[in-house]
Design a protein around this ligand. Structure first.
Ligand SMILES: *Cc1c(COP(=O)(O)O)cnc(C)c1O
Length: 382
């Protein structure tokens, strides 16, 4: 279930599929039973690897998949699943027909999209499933919430569209609960502007991972779109979702490629941004920004070697990163180094690593490159 051999990998990610399945079951158990689970697997399942993640999510019993675009939806089909798929990004005009023929559900934000998809449905000889998206304050996709009625009525008149859902997306669910509440209210008001809308006959969804903090009684909401949380990562420090007890699915590893002594006063790596204050032992790790260790963590991150936190010295380079192991006895070539994950008694979370990089966990995951083999554990054994 992996490319190459973990024992000889220079830099790799371990992916725990059993943890993924436990996470999905815990998230579901934390929600009212009637809520459908839309598994968001865009960007190669957040860098975890689409085929393996999708396969396990089917086993865990998700209801629907969401991906960004047509290429991702086709990749999902190639994994063998015939589960329904929702495309979250706008389709370009050249893509409508292919989406219609393959039976993917499309997001509709405008009359132009509705008309194009209707024509594509006619040409394909089968209606196109659509989810109407309402902009309640994200300022990105969706029809502006005060203007939904015309689009709602237009979709109702177009014979080659089949409306399956209505949804919105939160702008600051992890930062601004008051605005999230405002967006929920705008969404409910917008639903009331759609004559004849029967929430029980549609998927009504708003919540991404962080939204789940405030979903409460659910109201007309009967589906959630979960990305980050199913991979065991909280959308913010101190999240209420910590009580759901998900576990990280991915850990990120490299090896010690060289150990050497350098004298006090020597500078380390490009640009000479770090000068050693003492005679030091440094370990050169076999991972750099070519693998997805952001250059922004230069002089900031720590890495676990022999279970101890070792500071990154100087700039991260394309293929190597230097860490200070002066205080860690016995470090040897080929020792495992943990950038994100656990080792011995130590642990570095993706959130902490992302903070060193000045970014968010979503981006950190997407930044782990193709050069990094993913090794899958906790498989089902068939
Ligand atoms: C990516 C995405 C999600 C999932 O968000 P998470 O915060 O990762 O749970 C949900 N809805 C839409 C529209 C998205 O683009």
């Amino acid at each position: 279930m992996s490319d190459g051999n973990r024992a000889s990998a220079r830099c790799w990610a371990d992916i725990d599929l059993a943890a993924l399945e436990r996470n999905v079951r815990l998230i579901r158990a934390s929600l009212p039973a009637h809520i459908s689970y839309v598994a968001v697997v865009k960007a190669d399942a957040y860098g975890h690897g689409l085929p393996q993640i999708a396969g396990r999510l089917v086993h865990a019993g998700v209801d629907l998949f969401a991906v960004a675009n047509l290429a991702e939806a086709m990749a999902l089909r190639e994994t063998g699943t015939d589960w329904p798929v929702l495309l979250l990004s706008p389709l370009l005009p050249g893509e409508d027909r292919r989406a219609a023929e393959r039976g993917f559900a499309a997001t509709v934000s405008s009359a132009g999209e509705a008309d194009r998809l209707n024509a594509a449905g006619q040409a394909a000889g089968q209606p196109v499933t659509v989810h109407l998206k309402i902009d309640t304050g994200m300022g990105r996709l969706g029809v502006w919430h005060e203007e939904v009625t015309a689009l709602w009525e237009r979709i109702g008149r177009l014979p080659h569209l089949r409306l399956a859902g209505v949804f919105t997306h939160f702008a600051s669910p992890d930062e601004d609960a008051a605005f999230t509440t405002e967006q929920r209210q705008r969404f409910l008001a917008a639903l009331a502007r759609c004559p004849g809308l029967d929430p029980a006959a549609l998927l009504i969804h708003a919540d991404n991972s962080a939204g789940l903090e405030t979903i409460e009684g659910a109201g007309p909401f009967n589906a959630v779109r979960v990305g980050l949380l199913q991979f065991g990562i909280l959308p913010r420090a101190g999240s209420l979702l910590a009580s759901v007890r998900t576990e990280p699915v991915l850990s990120f590893h490299a090896r010690v490629g060289l150990v050497k002594r350098l004298p006090a006063g020597a500078s380390v790596s490009y640009g000479r941004t770090h000068t050693l204050r003492r005679d030091s032992t440094v370990a050169i790790l076999t991972a750099g920004y070519g693998d997805g260790v952001p250059r922004a963590v230069s002089n900031r991150a720590q890495v676990l070697v022999r279970g101890q936190r070792c500071p990154v010295l100087g700039r991260v380079t394309m293929d190597q990163t230097v860490v200070d192991v002066t205080d860690v006895p016995g470090v040897e070539v080929n020792d495992e180094a943990v950038l994100v994950g656990r080792q011995g008694g130590g642990a570095i979370s993706l959130a902490e690593f992302s903070q060193w990089a000045g970014t968010i966990p979503w981006e950190t995951l997407c930044a782990i490159t193709k050069r990094v083999p993913r090794f899958y554990h906790g498989g089902l054994g068939f």
